[in-house]
Design a protein around this ligand. Structure first.
Ligand SMILES: [Ca+2]
Length: 353
């Protein structure tokens, strides 16, 4: 497959995806604290004229139903955004903190798509599955349009991401960054691998396949862009290969991205390597971390402090036998070390006096 031409646009581009239908879409939501429970809707109308009164529209969640007060309107372009909360609805406006399904039911839904959102649900290229927004943050929708040459029709893609600075009533921003990369073995890219990007903080998991179509820049390519900030564990499964966990958790700030090169080991080969496991021991000796290796190789070593913050993350070249890694930058305290080599992960606790 050839390289696709991707053109990134904001929400306005949704009109191209459904040229004859009106669209109302949940574009952002926040669940906590109680007073800030709110959802943002945006609209693209082709059959209805603006302003459009949302009065009577039902917002259904797992706890109940809220009905939008009359006079709450989508205004004129580009102000086709409305924020709903308990102040402009009647009934039960309640969004679950850990999970929910927000449904939008207009009084008249003829010629209209009204998209809600579930969480936690797979956000990968979905407008109806989202991460769980943490306290004081929102889950926000990002969309982009792809034109596939030659002369391809524009196709719209969506995903949800976490935004630490919510933008209720304004277009979503801070949609840069994310996690992307490629999965390959010693010979070539693998186009049938399943990649999971899971939030350590409980936001949920994005699941994708390396054969997802439009962005096959090369075999084995995957992406979840954006994710928003957070800390993530990346795992990969592919038939015939050893299950793989990226040897460090990936911490991203707002708009930060990480590129991962993931090399899988064939299952038969892997079993052989496991018998001659490279790293067989990980422990503390004074102010040093000791790694006992059966065979030489590269190990990913990560040191966390007792608040879970990454203090050291580096790759260490190991020789057969005893390897010592000095940790002079760490003050007294309790730390946790993890050492990954291939699919193996060893952990130990460190106490420095
Ligand atoms: Ca917004």
């Amino acid at each position: 497959m050839g390289k696709s031409l991707a053109i990134l646009l904001a929400f306005a581009s949704v009109s191209m995806a459904n040229p004859t239908m009106d669209v109302i879409q949940v574009s952002e939501f926040e669940t906590a604290p109680e007073s800030l429970q709110r959802i943002e809707l945006y609209a693209v109308f082709r059959n209805r004229s603006l302003p459009f009164d949302l009065g009577g529209t039902r917002i259904v969640t797992n706890s109940g139903t809220a009905v939008v007060d009359s006079g709450v309107c989508f205004d004129t372009w580009p102000h086709n955004i409305v924020v709903l909360d308990s102040a402009n609805t009647t009934g039960t406006f309640s969004l679950g903190v850990d999970s929910d399904w927000i449904r939008v039911q207009p009084l008249d839904s003829s010629n209209m798509y009204a998209y809600g959102v579930r969480y936690p649900a797979n956000p990968h290229w979905s407008n109806e599955g989202s991460w769980v927004p943490p306290k004081d943050a929102s889950a926000s929708l990002y969309s982009w349009v792809v034109y596939t040459p030659p002369n391809g029709d524009p196709e719209i893609f969506y995903t949800w991401y976490i935004d630490l600075s919510p933008t209720f009533g304004a277009w979503n921003d801070d949609y840069g960054g994310g996690i992307w990369g490629s999965v390959y073995d010693q010979d070539s890219g693998l186009s049938d691998a399943t990649v999971r990007i899971s939030s350590v903080y409980g936001y949920g998991t994005s699941t994708m396949s390396t054969d997802d179509s439009w962005d096959t820049y090369f075999a084995g390519y995957f992406e979840q862009k954006p994710t928003g900030p957070g800390r993530f564990v990346v795992t990969v499964e592919c038939e015939g290969y050893l299950p793989y966990t990226y040897p460090e958790t990936i911490e991203l700030a707002t708009n930060e991205e990480r590129l991962l090169d993931i090399c899988l080991t064939r299952a038969g080969v892997a079993e052989e390597q496991m018998r001659g496991a490279q790293v067989v021991g990980l422990h503390q000796r004074g102010q040093r971390l000791v790694l006992n290796a059966v065979r030489p190789g590269i190990a990913a070593v990560t040191i966390y402090d007792n608040l879970g913050r990454v203090r050291i993350s580096e790759r260490v070249r190991l020789v057969s036998g005893t390897n010592e890694v000095a940790l002079p930058s760490l003050g007294s305290g309790v730390y946790f070390a993890s050492c990954g080599l291939g699919a193996r992960m060893l952990k130990t606790k460190l106490v420095f006096y």
